[in-house]
Structure formats: structure tokens, C-alpha cells
Design a protein around this ligand. Structure first.
Ligand code: FAD
Length: 449
């Protein structure tokens, strides 16, 4: 008798979900999402893995997914605790034979699966490939041979066909009769503060329904036809697809996005902008496979480079960067938008990352970890991969990116509209980079709370 546990992670959807389809071929099924205690504790880089905005977004994704499961005879069980202990307990209590999940490149994820295999050797673990456009078996190279530059990767992938998305799942096997896991609804360690929305507005509601609605609305408009011209703007909801938060939690799959884009090209028009959207999806793809290839190097100071960057950790500078209190108004505006909403345009991300590394000389990993806490679209491979790229320790053969802040301000915010939207207290703008006392010691302590 096949008694399956579907370990829900970044696949919160019932459309194009091969893992759920595989799980549907069981006699009994348990669908579980684990909210891990570790996500709420600061890491060695001072930031938590999951900040308020993403936690808020995730909860709406989970509710939406649960509603979809209820409609097809199942339920999502949300369990709070340590992922490994929760999974081991559930496998034992329900005598699980098969654990099914989406395959992801993150090193913590993979360690978790390895530990689970050691603790529960009798459970067959199935890791289903569906977080990427392509499966490993159809890549025209072995992962260890992944090209060292995106452009080579893009060229090699040009003739590879993206598989069609799967149809919606409309029935699932029975649940177990009894729910045996601890039923703490909201443990103490969870952030139980009420969620506060940014006054300037918020953009995203979580869940597959919202994702599909947004996908349809973006590709029913003319926006894809001008994507290339406007994608670098700092503001404006239609200036890029805004699909990343839903892609991050798998409320939609990259294949669904690709096929909607292809339909648009067939029915409306194919131009350099529509092709650029595909090129960005391929960047996402490239970073996923790169993470599979380089593993832990994704998170190391030296990254993929041969020598260490000439940066360090300056607590005051880092704190000022996080809180939008640097001497650079454009950077402050971007950092405020990120902290208050959990989203920042791609150009905004590039500018603030370059500022941290180049103007402030701070170790890039602190910035990447701050992004991890705050971005609602956080994706391990894409975030740390992009940070490495800008810090000059990644795949970029040109070695790092330094954005001229003055030039970027003149190009993307010449009238200061974006800055006035996100900077409330202009008096704070003239802060020097480093404050010193008589003995030349920094006055601020590390406190990014
Ligand atoms: C320092 C830094 C950190 C980043 N961290 C993340 C992250 O954690 N999660 C994340 O999804 N994106 C990240 N990005 C990439 C990019 O900024 C966002 O994907 C994009 O801004 C999301 O908005 P959008 O969906 O409107 O993108 P669009 O411009 O509409 O692009 C369409 C899709 O292509 C992919 N994409 C776009 N730009 C990139 C890129 N530079 N690298 C890889 N994939 C890309 C995304 O999946 C995106 O949804 C980061 C970029 C930088 C410079």
C-alpha cells in the first residue's frame, strides 16, 4: 500500500504540478508544509531567513493552496517546528512509504533530504524536477559542464524545447483518518505581530489564483511589447512582469509563464521585448543550474573567484544601508521600498548592491542575507547568484559591476519623484557615511533588529 507524504515547498499550486500528480497515485496521502523555526532566527549575517513581508505573502499562498486542495479532497497541514524532526515523526506515525517533493538546488534543502534518507531508509524519496523550465536530463550538457557564462548557456539552450505545462489536478487520494502531528497553531517563536502594509502601497497577494490572474492580465495588455524599453525603470507596476514572487513560491511554474508568453507571441506579436522576457526567464534558469553545479560556493565570500574581494564588515555602514540612511538618496529610496514592501525593481537591486560593495566596501554576503530576509520573491540561487555577479565573485567574466549612482539618478529618477515617494525625512539625508567620536571610533552599534 502506497502511503505518501507530499512535502510541499516551493510548489504551491495544483496546475502544472508533477509532484502532486505523482502523489495522486497513492492509496493515502498527507500534504504537509513545515514552517521551520530556523527561518525566524538571525543568521551569522544578522538577518533572518524570513522577514515580515515574505511571511505575510507566504501565508496567503498557503491559504490559497489549502483552499484548492480542499476542493479536490485533500488538505494542507501546516506544521511548525524543526523540518527534520517534523518529517521523521510524520513518516513514523503514518508509516509513510513515499515522500514526494519538488527538487530544489538550495544546500540546506539538500542536506535535509540527505538527513531524512539516513533517518528513514525505508521511505522512498522522490524529488520531482519542476522548479526549472528544463529537466536535468534534457540539458545538452552534464551539470558539472554548465557553461561559465550566461551567454554560452543561452546559446546552447536555443534549440531545446520547453515542455508543455501539465493540466490541473482535479482529484486526490484520501487523507489519513487522523491527524497525529502536534496541533500548535501559532508557536511563541513565530512573529505574531500584525502585518503592517507600506503606506505607499503594496503590490502582491499570494497564491495560485492571484498568480494566474496576474499572468493573464499582464499578457492581455500591451506591456510585453515594450518590456525591453521599460524594464529598467525604478517604479511602475507594468514596467516588468512582476511574476517573481509567485514564481518564487511556485504559485505558477516557469513553464506556465513561458507558454503564456509563446501564446502571446503567436496571437499578438513577437518582438525583441517578448524575447527579452524569455531571456530573463533563462537567467533564472541559469542561476538554478549554477547553484546545483557549485553548491555551497554560492554562499562563500570568495564565491567562484580565485581571490577574496577587498571588502569587510563595517557595522555602521551596513546598518545605514539597511535602514536607508546612506549619503546616497537614490540608494536610500530603494532600500526603503525594499524594507517596506518586500519588492524592489531589478535596477534598484543592482544599484543598492553595487553601492554596498563599492561605495561602502561591505562584504556582499551581508547584503545578500538582508535581501533574503526582505524580498518576497527571494530565491536562493537567483539572489546569491546575482549578488556574486555584482560583487565580482560570480559567473560574470567581466568581474563585478559598479553602478554610478549619480548617473543612475539622472537616468532613472531625474525629477526625484521616486526618491520623494520613498524618503520621508529629507533631514536625514545628509548623514556622513561614518560617524566618529573624538577617538575616531564608530558611534553606532550593530542594530538592524
Ligand atoms: C542583487 C540582486 C538580487 C536578486 N534577488 C532575486 C531573488 O531573490 N529572487 C528573484 O526572483 N529575483 C532576484 N533578482 C532578479 C530580479 O531583480 C528579479 O527577478 C526581478 O526584479 C523581479 O521582477 P519581475 O518579476 O518583474 O522581473 P521581470 O523583469 O519581469 O523578469 C521576468 C522573470 O525573469 C526572472 N529574472 C529577471 N531578472 C533576473 C535576474 N537578474 N536574474 C535571474 N532571474 C531574473 C525572474 O524570475 C522574473 O520574474 C535579483 C537581482 C539582483 C540584482
Amino acid at each position: 500500500m502506497k502511503r505518501s507524504l507530499y512535502f510541499v515547498t516551493k510548489d504551491l499550486r495544483i496546475n502544472d504540478n508533477l509532484a502532486l500528480k505523482l502523489a495522486s497515485d497513492s492509496e493515502q496521502l498527507l500534504c504537509v508544509f513545515v514552517v521551520d523555526k530556523k527561518w525566524f532566527k538571525p543568521s551569522k549575517y544578522q538577518s533572518k531567513a524570513l522577514g515580515d513581508n515574505r511571511w505575510h505573502f507566504l501565508q496567503s499562498c498557503l491559504s490559497d493552496f489549502n483552499r484548492s486542495l480542499l476542493a479536490i479532497g485533500q488538505q494542507l497541514h501546516i506544521v511548525y517546528g524543526d523540518s527534520l524532526s517534523v518529517l521523521v515523526d510524520l513518516c513514523q506515525q503514518y508509516q509513510i512509504t513515499d515522500l514526494i517533493k519538488t527538487r530544489l538546488p538550495g544546500t540546506n534543502e539538500n542536506r535535509l533530504m540527505e538527513s531524512l534518507a539516513t533517518h528513514m531508509p525505508s521511505v522512498a524519496i522522490h524529488q520531482v524536477e519542476q522548479f526549472t523550465l528544463f529537466e536535468e536530463s534534457i540539458l545538452p550538457f552534464a551539470i558539472k559542464e554548465l557553461p561559465g557564462s550566461y551567454s554560452k548557456f543561452k546559446k546552447l539552450m536555443s534549440n531545446i524545447i520547453v515542455p508543455e505545462p501539465l493540466s490541473e489536478i482535479n482529484s486526490l487520494p484520501n487523507m489519513f483518518n487522523q491527524w497525529l502531528a502536534p496541533t500548535i497553531n501559532r508557536p511563541e517563536w513565530l512573529n505574531n505581530k500584525p502585518y503592517k502594509e507600506a503606506q505607499q502601497g503594496h503590490y502582491f497577494d499570494g497564491g495560485e489564483h492571484e498568480a494566474l490572474e496576474h499572468l493573464k492580465s499582464y499578457f492581455s495588455s500591451d506591456a510585453p511589447l515594450t518590456y525591453k524599453e521599460v524594464r529598467n525603470e525604478l517604479d511602475g507596476f507594468q514596467n516588468s512582469t512582476k511574476l517573481s514572487p509567485w514564481l518564487g513560491y511556485g504559485c505558477i511554474s516557469p513553464r506556465q509563464v513561458f507558454h503564456t508568453l509563446t501564446q502571446f507571441e503567436l496571437q499578438r506579436e513577437k518582438n525583441s521585448s517578448t524575447q527579452w522576457i524569455y531571456a530573463e526567464l533563462l537567467w533564472r534558469e541559469y542561476f538554478q543550474w549554477l547553484h546545483f553545479k557549485v553548491g555551497e560556493k554560492t554562499y562563500q565570500f570568495k564565491g567562484l573567484a580565485t581571490s577574496y574581494p577587498l571588502t569587510s564588515f563595517y557595522p555602521e555602514r551596513f546598518t545605514k544601508w539597511c535602514l536607508g540612511l546612506t549619503p546616497y538618496p537614490l540608494v536610500n529610496a530603494c532600500m526603503n521600498e525594499l524594507r517596506l514592501t518586500g519588492y524592489l525593481s531589478n535596477r534598484g537591486r543592482q544599484i543598492v548592491a553595487s553601492c554596498l560593495v563599492n561605495e561602502l566596501s561591505v562584504d556582499w554576503r551581508f547584503g545578500a542575507a538582508w535581501f533574503e530576509e526582505h524580498l518576497i520573491d527571494y530565491d536562493a540561487a537567483v539572489n546569491w547568484g546575482n549578488w556574486q555577479y555584482i560583487a565580482g565573485v560570480g559567473v560574470d567574466p567581466r568581474g563585478g559591476r559598479h553602478f554610478n549612482i549619480q548617473k543612475q539618478t539622472a537616468l532613472y529618477d531625474p525629477d526625484g519623484l521616486y526618491q520623494s515617494k520613498w524618503i520621508e525625512d529629507k533631514a536625514l539625508l545628509n548623514e556622513p557615511l561614518d560617524s566618529v567620536d573624538m577617538a575616531d571610533w564608530p558611534l553606532l552599534n550593530i542594530n538592524n533588529g
